[in-house]
Design a binder for this molecule. Structure first.
Ligand code: HEM
Length: 440
């Protein structure tokens, strides 16, 4: 009986906009302040919706196991408009499960094996170019170009080089920049208006490409090929419009996240010489056969795994996960009414002092020393039925890029840059992390 339970504590702010401005200015500060005042479950009104913010492993477990029982996925209005309502990350229930099933074979760990040589070749090419430039490199920018080419190759295989990737990458960036803005009004000079226009240009550019592949009758074993061939249980295929939307989602989800993670990892390593040395030592100690990249050799780098986990603990690339309750429900002694947006907060969960020791320290060794945390304490890739589809892809890509960098290159932070973080759309230092980049 939930009716008699109290609502979670909290405030709902100004009429209409609620507490959105404070949230968007700094989601981290916003959450930390209210957590201190109200605890790990509190109410607010942000991004156009009555919301409850939940922090901690127990809350994550509750949310990940409640899909289609008491809650469903629900991104904010801005995200829904820009990603499109019919993509995998926005549909729910059986449609979601079916859509995921269609593309899952591409995302299995074993399926990455034939893709490893392409990631390696592209990464080597880019890194040599960065080193030959002989000048200051902005890591975020450099990683963006590389990661976009990698994900495009994954989706379109050899046809990726028929596409204007810098143009699509720019459109994708405009979309990301407009997704979480507080003012979701379609005016051409506002980030939201620019994002809507970029989405339209993106769709218009890719539609003929998808149509051409369909008309050619060719079946390629890439993601586009799978989307074109996919049939639901009644034998219906996906429309071109849905396919273009799914590609838009995959290009977006499949590169901004790895760019964020790799940029933050290189910064953490530059700031922590001991961790950098241990990571280099691990690469240098590999037997000659283990220096050849494949799925087995990538598994033999526990310190690099720890470096990645620790960076994503401190700076999870996806700072929040949104759900909506589909019935009145109880959590932790509070009543959460139907229609409330639930916002999970990995960044605060990853700094929970009841779970982690010395939460602010960058300490990859914690992952190797047997320090144990309860399930769902570390959720950079989410959990439950929405667990990141690209987790294997991301780990293979990140490990390969980082191994190559550790083996062959040095990067030193340029002094006097602004390393304070912006939070949205992705948590990255404002400077983009500028470095002197050279061969070892
Ligand atoms: C470091 C890299 C990455 C991180 C940290 C990350 C994180 C996440 C998280 C937290 C979610 C769950 C969102 C939620 O619960 O609402 C998610 C979902 C998703 N991710 Fe990733 N991701 C990464 C890389 C990738 C890559 C490389 C791809 C594609 C190639 C990808 C594709 C997706 C898709 C399609 C979903 C939606 C799944 C669904 O709703 O069923 N991600 N990701």
């Amino acid at each position: 009986m939930t009716e008699t339970l109290p609502l979670p504590p909290g405030e709902t702010g100004l009429p209409l906009i609620g507490e959105t401005l404070a949230f968007v200015r700094s989601p981290r500060e916003f959450t930390a302040k209210r957590e201190q005042k109200y605890g790990k479950v509190f109410r607010t009104h942000i991004l156009g919706a009555e919301s409850v913010i939940l922090i901690g492993h127990a809350a994550n477990h509750w949310a990940f196991s409640g899909e289609d029982k008491y809650l469903q996925n629900r991104w904010s209005y801005g995200v829904r408009q820009i990603l499109g309502a019919d993509t995998m990350s926005l549909i729910n229930g059986e449609r979601h499960r079916e859509r995921r099933r269609m593309v899952t074979p591409h995302f299995k760990y074993e399926s990455m094996s034939h893709f490893v040589p392409s990631i390696e070749a592209l990464s080597r090419q880019h890194m040599e170019r960065w080193a030959n430039q002989g000048s200051v490199l902005t890591i975020e920018h450099a990683m963006r170009t590389l990661a976009f080419e990698i994900i495009a190759l994954f989706i379109f295989s050899d046809e990726a080089d028929q596409l204007d990737l810098p143009y699509l990458s720019e459109l994708s960036k405009l979309c990301a920049d407009g997704m979480f803005t507080p003012i979701t009004i379609n005016l051409p000079f506002l980030p939201f208006g620019k994002a809507l226009k970029a989405r339209k240009d993106f769709m218009n550019y890719l539609r003929p490409f998808v149509q051409k592949r369909r008309e050619s009758g060719q079946h390629k074993a890439d993601v586009l090929g799978t989307l074109l061939a996919a049939r639901d249980s009644e034998g219906n295929g996906l429309s071109d419009e849905t396919i273009v939307e799914e590609i838009h989602l995959l290009l977006f989800a499949g590169h901004d996240t790895t760019v964020t993670s790799n940029t933050n990892i290189l910064l953490h390593l530059a700031q922590n010489p001991h961790a950098l040395q241990c990571a280099r030592d691990e690469q240098n100690a590999l037997a000659p056969d283990d220096r050849v990249f494949n799925l087995d050799t990538l598994k033999k780098m526990p310190y690099l795994d720890a470096v990645i986990h620790e960076s994503m603990r401190l700076i999870p690339p996806i700072a929040g996960m949104f759900r909506i309750t589909i019935q009145d429900v109880e959590f932790n002694g509070y009543r959460i009414p139907k229609g409330t947006v639930i916002l999970l907060n990995p960044a605060r969960t990853h700094r929970d002092e009841t779970v982690w020791k010395n939460v602010e320290d960058y300490n990859p060794d914690r992952w190797l020393s047997g320090e144990k945390q309860p399930p769902f304490s570390h959720i950079p890739f989410g959990g439950g039925p929405r667990l990141c589809l690209g987790q294997n892809f991301a780990m293979v890509e990140m490990k390969l890029i980082l191994s190559l960098l550790l083996r062959g290159y040095r990067w030193e932070l340029v002094p006097h840059q602004d390393l304070t973080y912006r939070s949205l759309p992705f948590p990255l230092p404002k400077s983009g992390v500028t470095v002197q980049f050279s061969r070892l």
